[in-house]
Ligand binder design. Sequence first.
Ligand code: ADP
Length: 447
Amino acid sequence: MFNKILIANRGEIALRVLRACKELGIRTVAVHSTADADAMHVRLADESVCIGPPPARDSYLNIPQLVAACEITGAEAVHPGYGFLSENARFAEIVEAHGIRFIGPSAEHIRIMGDKIEAKRTAQRLGIPVVPGSDGAVETEAAALKFASEIGYPVLIKASAGGGGRGMKIARSAEDLPEAYATARGESKAAFGDDAVYMEKLLLTPRHIEIQVLGDGKGGAIHLGERDCSLQRRHQKIWEEAGSPALNAGDRDRIGAICAKAVAGLGYAGAGTIEFLYENGEFFFIEMNTRLQVEHPITEAITDIDIVNEQIRVAYGSGLSVGQGDIEFKGHAIECRINAENPATFVPSPGKITYYHPPGGLGVRVDSGVYQGYKIPPYYDSLIGKLIVHGRDRVECLMRLRRCLDEFVVGGIETTIPLFRRLIDNQDIANGVYDIHWLERFLEAEP
Ligand code: ADP
């Protein structure tokens, strides 16, 4: 096994990766900006290296500094976590060129999936169902109009280089189309330096359902079932469930097998997530994320598989510890993302945590890097922790979650905990009946 891993991230995910390393007997190197000198991942690591000033581009995105930190400490591998450099093919390439293992898929696979047009084409070739749409880039307004009249309005114009919902525009009619097309191209050019766009049929009331996959890098792969991440605000997931209230075991096996086969066909290494929109019993591929996801713990809760441990094993060349036949889905899990934000306006609320009491007990996991007295810096995203609750079924899970939300106290700052207390009292949530627009409608109706 590796002797030493550098964790190129911060916050709860740095801690999450550190825990997997410790359990494997691997020494850990934390990196941090000057704003994060007091962070928990720095305190718990065997060694730490300051890699720059607070802005992420000068620290957590600073590739030369990260490579230097590996060389100084003798780290043999880098775990990128999520966000920052985790889906940066160039980073994976540079790290590997320095004889350091990148814990993730090949740079080539990261690159394919980072280009939405290429990703969709690849998915289709591998037998994954996709949203009906243009075959590749739509290069002129005339082509866009022609295509939209073929598949029918409303249509969605999407940036090939897109991410975080940017460069995405709806056209409801032929009158709308020229402006939507031009805006999508312009936004994409400004945000990503690339104005290639493609088109899809707009699905009206889908759920967001994603499949967790693990590839051994040698042509073998398994799936760990689905997560339902339909509860979103501005394309940001807020609450996730495993399994989806909308799927049964047969649906899960069917789409899971398709995904595992596709990933095996790619020769993919490590953890990945294939994201779908799900409507009227059908799955439509939207993208693949080539990294660990924020919401991975709910899958761990229902499968008992440590996904980070598997990533490290695969990167080392040991393959996966389990086969598909070993995977059993047990019970139901829900994750609530605890953000340091006002629960109604979602304005960030950085500052000092004066009191901190996380919930505990059977079936409860809190992944967080904060502690009483910790000062949340204003430079990074506002996720301060994740509450993950597991129950033998969805009803038990919801009852346990309600109890945990009552227990959870974070003083000194505002958090999204009060929003979750409202959601758990809602009848649609109790029934598991919601689509990707549900949360925004709820927030508009009951701000
Ligand atoms: P990004 O990488 O920018 O997040 P995605 O392709 O993952 O882009 O899409 C983001 C979100 O946009 C999806 O989660 C879904 O809510 C919505 N979306 C994407 N494609 C469609 C579509 N064809 N119909 C309806 N909604 C869509």
